[in-house]
Design a protein around this ligand. Structure first.
Ligand SMILES: *Cc1c(COP(=O)(O)O)cnc(C)c1O
Ligand SMILES: [Zn+2]
Length: 441
């Protein structure tokens, strides 16, 4: 078939190339991030219709590894990897559902939520991790001296890394900011047998340290500055179009922290457009927590400059990042997609998540950020009543039971929890239950 992919320096003035089995995260010439590039001419050997039929035919098959939504698009992801080295937990194929009642409540008719958290470890991080860990397994099989894979994490990357490493039998090391990840997120890597280091710092501190740790060739870096992860995550866009019968929504709203996922989203749409599977692009809206909003601050200055910030504590802990590694990739993507950046305060994100829950969802706080931003876009008339909007839900709400409990106990300082709902305690008799029901009416 002759499909081929390689790493290429993201800096347009440099564009240095490297092989995918090199242990490299930044360009050796200029220090920029790398991207995975594909031989697009080779991929044009199939017509758009042939690609669509191929991807559709593989959906959920048990023919390994194509039943995974990532590896069902293997030719677009890592065309040259040997199937026996693929580490897959059948990720992807997450549900995309129409949030009709939520939409009606806020004044839009065609809102859809892409449940990327309904996956093996409960967040979209699985989509990229299957690609990275598979490529490492391939490199180990070729004799590369990799002994372990490491990451810094706000909780979900470490969960995904440790699960895929455990499945592959490769040791994993995770660096977490102490007391800044949820209990579930801490237990996940512990359960999967990772070496977990809990550090007196924030995510940005862990990120700086893990890059030094991975200066050693024997420890491979799994953060999203490693563009192998982006290759897996970009299939989110392909899946969305596929689920709409190869149609494109008007808007996609996505919460962002380190800003790898928004770059991935853009990259998936661009690839489909270039290969003719779609003929237009959506507008992308990047949603940030106001407590950790460096890209928002840059956006309001039309991206003329970017300054890292000290991220403040936010309920949306997975995006509490002040110095996002993939910021320039994100800016490029947003410029290509007529992008918008908007922010949500703690109260806005908490109440938007809860309003979604009241309408049948069970949102993580990051999805709350995206839903709050959707409300703002609707109120401002940027998103119109009939526009088709997809909200990317990044993690499963059950990972964040602490956030939800605090919300319903109205125990989040400074926030008016509009939809708080607590159990009513009473003796176990019918009379008491009926009396309580009457009071509610
Ligand atoms: C990682 C993560 C994000 C942010 O993704 P980036 O690629 O870092 O922008 C958002 N939500 C959740 C739940 C995450 O785990
Ligand atoms: Zn370079």
């Amino acid at each position: 078939m002759g499909y081929h992919a390689w790493f290429q320096c993201f800096n347009d003035d440099c564009q240095e190339k490297y092989q995918l089995n090199e242990i490299i995260y930044n360009c050796r010439k200029c220090g920029s991030l790398l991207e995975v590039k594909h031989d697009m001419n080779a991929l044009k050997d199939k017509s758009p219709q042939e690609w669509k039929s191929l991807f559709d035919s593989r959906q959920r098959t048990i023919d390994f590894p194509y039943g995974s939504s990532i590896w069902g698009k293997k030719e677009w992801v890592l065309p040259e990897i040997e199937n026996r080295n693929i580490v897959s937990l059948f990720e992807g194929h997450t549900n995309l559902f129409r949030a009709e009642r939520f939409g009606n409540t806020i004044g839009v008719e065609d809102v859809w939520v892409k449940m990327c958290g309904n996956s093996h470890t409960g967040s979209f991080k699985d989509l990229g991790m299957t690609v990275l860990v598979s490529q490492v397994k391939q490199m180990i099989s070729e004799g590369k001296p990799i002994k372990a894979i490491a990451c810094a994490s706000t909780g979900d990357t470490s969960a995904a890394l440790s699960a895929y490493c455990a499945a592959a039998g490769i040791p994993s090391i995770v660096l977490l900011p102490k007391n800044k990840v949820s209990t579930a997120q801490l237990v996940q890597p512990l359960a999967n047998g990772a070496k977990v280091f809990s550090l007196e710092t924030d995510f940005d501190g862990c990120m700086a340290l893990v890059q030094k740790l991975c200066g050693e060739e024997s420890i491979y870096l799994a953060n999203s500055m490693n563009s192998l992860r982006i290759e897996g995550q970009k299939t989110i866009s392909v899946e969305i179009c596929q689920q709409f019968g190869w149609d494109v929504p008007e808007f996609v709203i996505i919460p962002g922290g380190n800003l790898g996922n928004v770059s991935a989203l853009g990259s998936g749409f661009m690839m489909m457009k270039e290969l003719g599977l779609i003929n237009r692009l959506p507008r992308i809206v990047l949603a940030q927590a106001a407590q950790a909003n460096p890209l928002y601050l840059s956006y309001i200055k039309r991206f003329k400059e970017f300054h890292p910030v000290q991220a403040k504590k936010t309920l949306a802990s997975a995006i509490q990042i002040g110095n996002p590694v993939s910021v320039y990739k994100a800016i490029k993507a947003l410029q290509q997609f007529d992008g918008i950046v908007e922010q949500a305060t703690e109260e806005e994100l908490a109440n938007a998540a809860a309003l979604g829950d009241v309408c049948g969802m069970f949102n993580c706080p990051h999805t709350g950020v995206a839903l709050a931003v959707l409300q703002k876009m609707v109120n401002r008339g940027i998103i119109k009543k009939a526009d088709r909007v997809v909200v990317i839900s990044t993690a499963h709400g059950l990972k964040f039971s602490g956030f939800k409990t605090a919300y319903h106990q109205q125990a989040i300082e400074g926030i008016d929890c509009k939809y708080a709902n607590l159990p009513i305690e009473m003796p176990p008799d019918l009379h008491s239950v009926l009396e309580a029901l009457n009071k509610i009416k």
